[in-house]
Design a protein around this ligand. Sequence first.
Ligand code: PLP
Length: 369
Amino acid sequence: MHPISMSNTYVAPLSTMDAILGGAPGYTYGRHHNPTVDLLAEAVCQLEEGEVAFAYSSGMAAVHAALMALQLRAGDRILLSRDLYGASLNLVEQLFAPMGIEAIEEDLTDLNRVEEGLRRHRPRLVLLELISNPLLRLIDGKAITEIAHRQGAQVIIDNTFTTPLMAKPLTYGADFVVHSATKYLGGHGDAIGGIIVSHEHHQARLHSQQKLLGTILGPFEAWLLHRGLKTLALRFPRQCQNAARLATLLHESGRFRRVHYPGLAHHPEYHLAPKLFADGLLGAVVTLELPEDKRAVFKFLESLNLVVPATTVGDVYTLALYPLIASHRSQTEEARKAMGITEGTVRIAVGIESVDDIADDILSAAASL
Ligand code: PLP
């Protein structure tokens, strides 16, 4: 139904080429535009209720492009959620800090601290995710956007874990939404890509940056991600429902020191969760606390049959990640402790399988300890 346009050059009468190179819609060169890539970007733009969207070679390229679009300068500050995806924190520290841009990490679950942080540091920008990884604390993106705008800061929200089915941050005024489309949007573990959705007035800068840097997504990946996106509305709610049921089953089994999921009554934002997200969806990740012993966690992971140890989320298969050796490997023990991540923390990104099969697999692996 949707062809892949692999061409890197588009032939047109010279007058048409002249007009396109001057800014008219159309195709000339694959680093500038591609019809298959545009199709994906437009679809995500509609889902997010944005005005413009661009697709990038990865989620990280999208995060970087959103930061670059703000034209930060030496002396500017960025307020970052302390629990942000590790590579996004590293990106700011390794690429922006050497240019004199200061990163301030803050616990954004506490709105008083957000207000105080904004007043004290006067950042140009706040960068956050709505569900923290891996402990699944919830962040009130709408309230933070309002506070940030009052203090003159712009807001980038990484909507990867929540998807537009749970939240549409542009509708409450966020300046940029970014996605690792690699995860739920694509959904099949077969392509890497990123998306930015934003407002009309950012279009020119985002596009000229993308043309200069050559960060546009490849057409084949765009085609795969677009094909995956067509089933997002079936996959993602099923994954969230599976996660909610799995969290209850694992919590009630009494086999884990703690089960983290926003739908469990002991979760710190349990009462806030329905207010923050649409359609009763609370995300498709459940995090477990096993014994604080690396060997025991390895044994647990090696005993799994259905659940696959892997370093991503959003696949149709259920995946398990050990933050200590993967996502939070480069953090110090002290930093991990401050976030609440222990040697026993294991993240389960729930897939679309039968939830009873997933629970049986996890419970029998836990019984082997
Ligand atoms: N943002 C979040 C929340 C992520 O989890 C990831 C990857 O895990 C990224 C961004 C980066 O995406 P990618 O791996 O597509 O570059």
